[in-house]
Design a protein. Structure first.
Length: 461
């Protein structure tokens, strides 16, 4: 209602003003009461307009105060949201890193288990054929139980001897590759006691303090199935591999593989969530930098994917030519940024790269790309809307394209700064109209052919 009232007052004031302009030469000659009525009407309209403006001023002040309050609250809310997003990103980055470390450890364990399985399989292939008559009742736990049951080798002594030999074999030698260690000097799968002791002392470097000769003799006696005073290598291999449970290794491998799949899925989810939080943080940070003018421009743009065009009045405002004084200020801001990176010839070549037709003209988007990507002109120097208005100011016949020569001449200030000759003084002559000195080919004035105006006046007297 107030808007309609204001529009009505404005229409009445415009009609009264036009009537006054029409009757400005005859109104003072009218002797009837019409001029007084007309002046009273004008006075009433002025008072109503004054009251309306006062009321709207109060309303605008309240709206400005409310908008400032809302802008402050929005800014604080965005800052808090950005801080929360930054903290969430930091947490997700830490969780992603920990998950990656866990994946690495799981892969290492899985590789170790698979290596143990492969080593056991290779040891079984390298071992000599098994003689079922050597060991009785060794189907479940291998040779160890047969040794403990048949020859009195207790479980504690058996475990201690086995662990000492394995510990010595795992340092400096290819792990549990028993065949490569004990097969040297063996004859038909049997190793005599003296050679067996030398292998333990020299190859595995087991000192007497760690494994005494009594334990070695006890082990040889337990593994001497042929009563030849020698060790049966097949029985020795099975004795050393007794603690390896293949079923447990397979279960451990399957568990590690399943955990690895879950960890990789969790890592992918964490990376996706981190990517989404990063995008949300960038959007919130961009919204925090939007000013009211930019907000109005963004509000006029179509929604992404809608296919609608921007509003015509927004495009017209963006492409409206810039006034001369603002155009000069814009040039003064652009020149130091652009010509600190290139010369006039190089600038012409940069813009000519976007001239696909070869006619010497470029479009608005090409100029914007050249300034942003190649010349690195920041938004604080010239905005996209100012680039559009600059193109509208330099275009001819509203064709929408700008000549490369016109653009370079504008940025270079018409070439004055680069073609001005060097003089000994920075001062310009005061009376430029009387300066009629001819120019030489080097741009210097001939001192013999020029006289000052005072000399000319004295010579003509």
């Amino acid at each position: 209602l107030k808007l309609q009232e204001g529009q009505t007052l404005l229409s009445d004031l415009k009609s009264v003003c036009s009537e006054m302009n029409r009757q400005r030469h005859t109104l003072h000659l009218d002797r009837s009461g019409r001029p007084y009525e007309f002046l009273e009407q004008i006075k009433d309209l002025e008072e109503a307009a004054t009251r309306y403006c006062s009321f709207q001023s109060v309303v605008l002040a309240k709206l400005a105060q409310q908008s400032q309050h809302l802008a402050t609250r929005t800014s604080e809310s965005l800052k808090a949201h950005i801080s929360d997003l930054v903290e969430q990103r930091r947490t997700l980055e830490g969780e992603s890193w920990e998950t990656q470390v866990t994946i690495y450890e799981t892969e290492r364990v899985l590789h170790k288990v698979e290596a143990n399985l492969a080593s056991q399989k290779a040891a079984q292939k390298r071992a000599p054929p098994q003689d079922p008559e050597l060991i009785e009742g060794s189907s479940d736990m291998g040779v160890a139980k047969g040794l403990e049951a048949n020859f009195g080798l207790g479980p504690t002594v058996s475990l201690q001897i086995r662990e000492k030999i394995k510990l010595a074999a795992s340092s400096g030698h290819p792990g549990r590759n028993w065949h490569s260690i004990f097969s040297k000097g063996a004859v038909e799968g049997v190793l005599d006691e003296e050679m067996f002791r030398k292998t333990l002392r020299r190859t595995l470097r087991l000192p007497h303090s760690t494994l005494p000769d009594s334990d070695i003799s006890l082990l040889v006696h337990a593994l001497d199935f042929g009563r030849q005073g020698a060790v049966n290598l097949q029985a020795l291999y099975q004795f050393l591999e007794t603690d390896i449970d293949k079923t447990q290794l397979l279960h451990q491998r399957d568990s590690a593989a399943a955990m690895l799949v879950e960890l990789r899925e969790s890592k992918a989810q964490l990376d996706e969530e981190l990517r989404n939080k990063t995008i949300a943080w960038k959007i919130a940070d961009a919204c925090l930098r939007v000013n009211p003018i930019k907000g109005l421009e963004l509000d006029a743009l179509p929604a992404p994917g809608s296919g609608n065009k921007p509003r015509e009045h927004v495009l017209a405002a963006r492409r409206r030519p810039i006034p001369p004084e603002k155009l000069e200020r814009l040039r003064q801001k652009l020149r130091p940024v652009i010509f600190s990176q290139c010369t006039q010839t190089e600038l012409h070549g940069i813009f000519s790269r976007f001239d696909t037709s070869g006619e010497g003209y470029v479009e608005e988007q090409d100029i914007r790309r050249a300034m942003r990507e190649m010349l690195r002109v920041p938004l604080r120097t010239i905005s996209d809307a100012e680039i559009a208005a600059l193109c509208a100011s330099l275009t001819k016949h509203q064709s929408g394209v700008v000549a490369v020569d016109d653009l370079v001449d504008f940025l270079d200030g018409g070439g004055e700064a680069r073609t001005r000759p060097k003089t000994s003084s920075n001062l310009e002559p005061l009376n430029q109209g009387a300066d009629r000195r001819p120019m030489t080919h080097q741009g210097a004035r001939s001192p013999n052919t020029w006289r000052s105006p005072r000399m000319v006046d004295n010579s003509t007297r």
